[in-house]
Design a protein around this ligand. Structure first.
Ligand code: URA
Length: 267
């Protein structure tokens, strides 16, 4: 790197990195954090040298997700409380996302609230703060629910929200979680819902829609009540989608009114 760069040029280079989407500072030498104790790679053999013949054990097969799903199901079933469930997730070592994330983003709001919101996964802001939906999409989510009298800070379960995500660890670069990652955390989400015991679940976006309802196509299915785990579920457009497509706020408003009507009907 050119060490003679001026302060302004350094700043501009940094701004450009941010523009490109860089959100973490890296050292100049790569570090394999998945394998901290890995021996350094042997020097490449000189050109033309015979390739060494592998004599060690065969490379490990790709991890079998069914083991992870089984471990998650057992751990989740044994959690008698939300606090215990959080601890069980913190001790769960099968999900690689955990190694790249700063926080386990478990939930926010009032456990026992009438409405439980399930989003996709923490983003950068959520990973830093350790709470779901605190970035721009989260601020929009708060405004949306405030418009029908619901808030994550309310003390009365009838006006409160309880908020979580399918994934508790941030996927790198905010990529979509893979089906395997969703499958291994689903038993925890199911237990989370059973313990929080909301009257109604709102699923925001495609990831919780397919995790809980095994359905695809949030733009088609939004606003249509369904049922999961014995509870009514309302699929809604994700607030991040609404930030990108402000015209769709009309549909989101219709869904919020539909939620409000259902809550009023149920007393
Ligand atoms: N998007 C989500 O789905 N969840 C969050 O917590 C933040 C953004």
């Amino acid at each position: 790197m050119d060490r003679d760069l001026t302060f302004d040029a350094d700043l501009a280079a940094l701004a450009w990195q941010l523009e490109l989407g860089a959100d973490v500072a890296l050292g100049e030498t790569p570090v394999n954090r998945y394998d901290a104790a890995a021996p350094t790679a042997p020097a490449a053999p000189p050109a033309g040298a015979a390739r060494p013949v592998a004599t060690g054990p065969a490379p490990a097969a790709a991890p079998d997700t069914s083991d992870a799903v089984r471990a998650a199901s057992e751990a989740a079933a044994q959690a008698p409380s939300l606090e215990a469930l959080r601890g069980a997730m913190a001790a769960f070592e099968h999900c690689e996302l955990k190694r790249g994330a700063k926080s386990l983003v478990f939930a926010d709001g009032l456990p026992g609230a009438r409405v439980m919101v399930v989003g996709e996964a923490p983003g950068r802001d959520e990973d830093i703060e350790g709470r779901p939906f605190v970035g721009r999409a989260g601020q929009l989510l708060d405004r949306m629910f405030a418009a029908i009298g619901l808030s994550r800070t309310a003390a009365d379960p009838a006006q409160a929200l309880y908020i979580t995500n399918v994934m508790v660890w941030r996927p790198p670069q905010n990529r979509e979680p893979t089906p395997d990652e969703v499958a291994m955390l689903l038993p925890f989400l199911q237990r989370h819902i059973a313990l929080a015991d909301p009257a109604v679940i709102v699923v925001m976006g495609n990831t919780p829609l397919s995790a809980l309802l095994r359905a695809k196509g949030i733009t088609r299915l939004r606003g249509q009540w369904a049922e999961a785990l014995g509870k009514p579920v309302l699929p809604m457009l994700h607030p991040a989608y609404l930030l990108r497509n402000p015209a769709a706020k009309r549909e989101a408003w219709a869904d919020l009114l539909c939620l409000k009507a259902r809550l009023r009907m149920n007393g």
